[in-house]
Design a binder for this molecule. Structure first.
Ligand SMILES: [Zn+2]
Length: 174
């Protein structure tokens, strides 16, 4: 192709002449420099490289402006890795604590979610938000009692009713 293809041959020739190790491993190339040496537009170089990538003549990955990281030290060998059991145990415990807090948050049906969330982050919220599902259910329960619905099953669900009554008792106690 390098010899017979008048379209992409010169680009292949320039690539091979400029970047020695191309056959062995991926190499960072400078499309602009290639374009200059070929007296082509850099867009043409990129287009042709993409073409040849599709034809599987070569593998071309266009550079991107997205942030990338380059590891400056070789990756640690798994066999020689030094692990700190105490630090790992601590990390595991923190992960478990976070998971349990999340489960408790989801399971909770008694306390305003906003209030509970804020407490999780170490602060106190003095009033209930009034808009979360827990607060909304309390409002629904109050309305149902005012309208004279059955006290035993204010929401039509005995389980929900039991919870709602517990809220009422809690509120009364405060
Ligand atoms: Zn709420």
């Amino acid at each position: 192709m390098r010899v017979n293809d008048s379209r992409n041959g010169p680009l292949l020739e320039a690539l091979l002449r400029t970047y020695g190790g191309l056959y062995e491993e991926p190499v960072l190339i400078d499309e602009l420099r290639l374009a200059k040496s070929l007296k082509w537009q850099s867009e043409t170089v990129i287009k042709r490289l993409k073409e040849m990538d599709q034809q599987r003549v070569l593998s071309y990955k266009q550079r991107s402006d997205a942030p990338t990281a380059t590891l400056l030290t070789p990756r640690a060998d798994a066999q020689r890795m030094v692990l700190d059991p105490a630090a790992l145990a601590q990390r595991k415990q923190r992960a478990l604590d976070r998971m349990n807090a999340m489960i408790a948050f989801v399971d909770n049906n008694d306390e305003c979610r906003s209030r509970r969330l804020i407490r999780y982050f170490g602060e106190e919220q003095s009033t209930d938000c009034g808009t979360c599902d827990v607060c909304q259910q309390r409002v629904a329960y109050k309305k149902s009692t005012i309208s004279g619905a059955s006290a035993a099953e204010p929401l039509g669900l005995s389980q929900e009713a039991a919870k709602a009554m517990r809220w009422e008792m809690d509120e009364g106690g405060v």
